[in-house]
Design a protein around this ligand. Sequence first.
Ligand code: ATP
Length: 236
Amino acid sequence: MPLLELQDVTASYASVQVLDGISLSVPEGGAVGVLGANGAGKTTTLRAITGVVRAGGSIRFLGRDIRGLRPDQVAALGIAHVPEGRGTLGDLTVRENLKVGAYLRKDRAGIASDIDYCLDLFPQLKERVSANGSTLSGGEQQMLAVARAFMAKPKLLLLDEASLGLAPGTAKSVYQAIKRLRVESGISMLVVEQNANLAFSLVDEAVVLETGRSVLSGPTEELRTMDEIRRAYLGG
Ligand code: ATP
């Protein structure tokens, strides 16, 4: 049984249908990329999973139909979302942001050691642990957003465009840290990314969306060599 399985998922904003049949699955311990042009429906797919937008079709997590649940209920089942634009709390320090991520947990010792782990994973955050979120660079905010989501100890991490607006070197080091997190924690991931090279550095397989439909999927190594993928997402 896959950890997460979407079958023929649809969704609309007002009367405009933006998802028109999305199917994908994330195996336990796997990482799956979601590729596609601007407006293809990548972000909306994540919002359908988290219950932020109402969806049709079937969305199953650990075999249970989660469609129609509220975002807080979906989070409580073990799905953490790192949204596009990051959503870190500017008035709180880095350490406080990490604690907020753990708000549903009761294991004090586990929380403390996971904070240490996050600061080890992102040394730049360690240097700024008492700084307010609003004073962080874009790269540091992205690192904090990922770390904060991890602090919830989710089974599945939904990542939306973690490279957006970052310098190439920064984006690469953020992805390297996420890869390390994946290897060391075994956490499963669904990764929306415009930059297919970055996505391919992290995921085992990917699905390509076109105007609200999933049109192609396969293992990373296979997609990487396909001409249409190279032209559309890998710069030729
Ligand atoms: P991007 O990389 O630009 O975020 P995307 O693949 O994530 O693209 P979505 O953000 O899911 O695409 O958007 C899919 C379609 O839905 C687009 O045509 C977009 O204009 C439209 N859309 C997104 N959010 C809303 C909204 N709140 N209200 C109305 N239409 C929306």
